[in-house]
Design a protein around this ligand. Structure first.
Ligand SMILES: Cc1cc2nc3c(=O)[nH]c(=O)nc-3n(C[C@H](O)[C@H](O)[C@H](O)COP(=O)(O)O)c2cc1C
Length: 261
């Protein structure tokens, strides 16, 4: 039976939008070169990373797409030598850390749905009448519905039951509904920002290595972080030494992974 009721996301994102933004022309060769020449580098040269370049790459990391634009991440660029020495040992002394010029700890913040919802509502408030109603509704009502899992995730599990019932007949948003789901939620966006960071470093002439072979508990303590903050990975940066890359890049046949259905 046909119904006039629009799916909620259609209602929110319908294009009454007057903002226009041209898609910039990109030289695809440069992008392909950046992606293809990014390798995980385990030995860096002594050449420093310019402070302004590091800052620019970190700013570019923050331009990564992220869930509901709630930016559930933090990046700790560890600059104090004392902390850096500790961080190297918490990266288990890996050469990718010990020879690096710079180290950045990427932290997933499941709790930032609330922190940044508040910031977003403040921004919307400042826009006054100009703020689209749909945006107010999204950040005011939908965001808590989606991300507030409540005490011991009780709210989340109730939501899950409701969504399971609704989902029998209708396509329905489901995750996240508990603490683990919120952790996945924050890590997804944080990892995208890490990729932005690593590609940016490459584009600026540097190299990088993501690391999860780390003592996350000690790193959290070093950075004075409490749960629910979680260490996503540590990204090292510098210029590759001659023997910095351990071998040719290996990927399995793309037919294992890319499916046209
Ligand atoms: C989440 C994640 C964690 C990783 N952890 C480590 C690590 O602890 N140490 C390391 O040397 N490389 C680490 N790597 C790098 C991978 O080993 C590397 O990306 C993979 O072997 C492919 O090589 P490529 O990056 O040069 O293409 C990690 C990569 C990712 C994405």
């Amino acid at each position: 039976m046909a119904t006039n009721k629009k799916p909620i996301l259609n209602e929110l994102f319908e294009t009454r939008n007057s903002h226009t933004e041209e898609a910039e022309e990109i030289k695809k060769e440069d992008f392909i070169k950046t992606v293809k020449s990014r390798r995980s580098v385990r030995n860096y040269s002594d050449e420093p990373v310019l402070e302004k370049d590091m800052k620019a790459c970190l700013e570019l990391a923050l331009l990564a797409p992220n869930s509901s634009n709630l930016q559930p991440w933090e990046f700790y660029w560890v600059r104090s030598q004392e902390k850096k020495n500790k961080l190297i040992s918490y990266c288990l002394g890996q050469p990718a850390a010990s020879t690096a010029q710079e180290l950045v700890v990427a932290v997933a913040r499941p709790d930032y749905w609330k922190v940044n919802q508040k910031r977003m509502l403040e921004l919307i408030g400042e826009m006054g009448e100009k703020a689209p109603k749909s945006v107010k509704k999204y950040y005011g009502r939908i965001v808590p519905l989606a991300y507030n899992q409540g005490w011991f995730s009780l709210r989340g599990y109730l939501k899950k039951i409701a969504m399971e019932i609704r989902g029998i007949k209708t396509p329905t948003p489901r995750e996240p509904y508990n603490k683990k789901g919120m952790s996945v939620w924050a890590h997804k966006s944080t990892a995208l920002a890490c990729e932005n960071l690593m590609l940016s470093l490459r584009a600026y002439g540097y190299d990088s290595c993501p690391m999860e072979g780390i003592d996350s508990k000690r790193i959290k303590k070093l950075l004075n972080l409490k749960s629910p903050a979680e260490i996503s990975m540590v990204v090292s940066a510098g210029k590759r030494a001659k023997n910095g890359v351990y071998g040719k890049q290996v990927r399995f046949n793309s037919s294992y992974f890319i499916h046209e259905v």
